[in-house]
Ligand binder design. Structure first.
Ligand code: MEV
Length: 449
């Protein structure tokens, strides 16, 4: 174990940082330097943008950027950008987009766009008295932050509501100022956090200047922060067709399929072990679009999972109804995204992704993302209750295995053809590869060469 520590690392140049890492951790291995540099962008100005996104950048880390065409959403066809490493996700999105394109497409609607944040504080007095006082000074929070809200207000957004909340049922002396915001095309994190910090200062000052007793003036501001749980920034997306229309494979009995599909969603609603995997599959699609469009996938995921547990038990984010010969499948999920600020105006690929989507408004992006999540879940559940998931997964994973083995173009084609009507397994591919090379065992070739 190398216990090397360093002071002032961030002040070193990029080369200096690499040299330090290579010498201290990689035994001076030149190959690593070459590897790291080979991922630098050839255009220095583009590389500089990436360098400055975070601290201590030494190189870039590629993710595949793919597209899923044929997404018919609210009557418009999109080709959707997706950045993700998992082999089968884009293929599944594209396949299921086409499936629903022929059945009326996705109908997405934004239910609400409200964001929320809190000043968390401790206070030691009678809450009813504090509440009356708070109401009397509430206008000051709006008036004294006008300089921070001018631009947002001119775009139709701003502060929607400010309340004081008693949280002492959770913790003695614990209260909150809860504020709600409309942040229009911005995700709004900086806007919200700056306002909350101002609110805390105004509150502290007003309390100090009030005629409250010394004890009542005692206030401990714990923290000022937006909440990534935005249940009021909500989008709903639905697909529907007659049960007969579900057929696209003669081997599938549509009534059996619809019943099994319904049961699978029911299981995800009653069994958190299944619900977690079920929702993970939804986020395969959602995250891929969130990343490609330069949004914060950790925030969107954290929010989605909290929303999935809003009824006291972690459940499916999708639901189905099979009734009177009709199949209706929908998702309701909070998605807080922006289409301006942050990476959207800086990252060249993010700019491209927005262009590809026709430079959507934040609400349009919410609708698109919900459709991708729904398509992904339909595809996963459809595979699970029919062929099983491994058929599609391993077909895509075949390419990863061939890459690991260092198969050449001819070998790849032959092996792909061999498995076109067979179930792919890692061992099966290795065996086939060895057979083609005329070797007994994979250890006979050096995989790193
Ligand atoms: C794999 O990344 C996602 C699935 O497991 C989702 C699911 O089981 O619904 C296939």
């Amino acid at each position: 174990m190398n216990n090397t520590t360093v002071k002032g690392f961030s002040k070193l140049s990029k080369e200096g940082k690499i040299e330090w890492i290579v010498n201290k951790y990689l035994g001076g291995d030149d190959k690593s330097v070459g590897l790291l540099k080979s991922y630098w962008h050839e255009d220095e100005s583009v590389q500089k943008i990436h360098d400055e996104f975070i601290e201590n950048t030494i190189t870039n880390f590629y993710l595949p950027f793919g597209v899923a065409p044929n997404f018919l959403i609210n009557g418009r066809i999109y080709c959707i950008p997706m950045a993700i490493e998992e082999s089968s996700v884009v293929a599944a999105a594209a396949k299921n987009a086409s499936f629903w394109m022929n059945r009326g497409g996705f109908k997405s609607e934004v239910i609400s766009t409200t964001k929320i944040g809190h000043v968390h504080f401790a206070w030691y007095g009678d809450f009813e008295k504090l509440k009356v006082f708070f109401e009397s000074i509430k206008h000051k929070f709006i008036e004294e932050t006008q300089n921070l809200t001018t631009n947002m207000r001119s775009r139709g957004g701003g502060i929607l509501d400010i309340q004081i909340l008693n949280k002492t049922h959770l913790e003695p002396n614990y209260y909150q100022i809860q504020a709600k915001f409309e942040t229009c095309e911005a995700m709004g994190a900086n806007f919200i956090n700056s306002l909350l910090e101002e609110f805390s200062k105004i509150f502290e000052r007003e309390l100090n200047e009030s005629n409250f007793s010394k004890e009542e003036k005692k206030l401990v501001i714990l923290m000022c922060i937006l909440s990534n749980y935005t249940p009021e920034c909500l989008v709903r997306c639905e697909v529907s067709c007659s049960i007969e229309e579900l057929a696209d494979d003669p081997s599938i009995d549509v009534n059996v399929f619809a019943k099994k599909f319904e049961q699978a969603i029911h299981v995800a609603n009653i069994e958190p072990y299944r619900a977690t995997t079920h929702n993970k599959g939804i986020f395969n699609g959602i995250d891929a679009v969130i990343i490609a469009t330069g949004n914060d996938f950790r925030a969107v995921e954290a929010c989605g999972h909290t929303y999935a547990a809003k009824d006291g038990q972690y459940k499916s984010l999708t639901n189905v109804e099979v009734k009177d010969g009709q199949f209706k499948f929908w998702i309701e999920v909070p998605i807080a995204v922006g289409t301006v600020c942050g990476l959207t105006s800086l990252h060249p690929m993010v700019k491209f992704a927005h262009q590809l989507l026709g430079n959507p408004k934040a609400t349009d992006l919410m609708k698109i993302i919900a459709a991708v999540g729904l398509a992904q879940n339909f595809g996963a559940v459809r595979s699970l209750v029919t062929t099983g998931i491994q058929k599609g997964h391993m077909k895509m994973h075949l390419l990863n295995i061939l890459n690991q083995l260092g198969a050449n173009e001819q070998e790849r084609e032959k092996i792909k053809f061999h498995f076109s009507d067979k179930v792919v397994s890692h061992k099966g591919v290795v065996d086939q590869f060895c057979k083609l090379r005329g070797i007994k065992n994979i250890s006979e070739i050096n995989l790193n060469s």
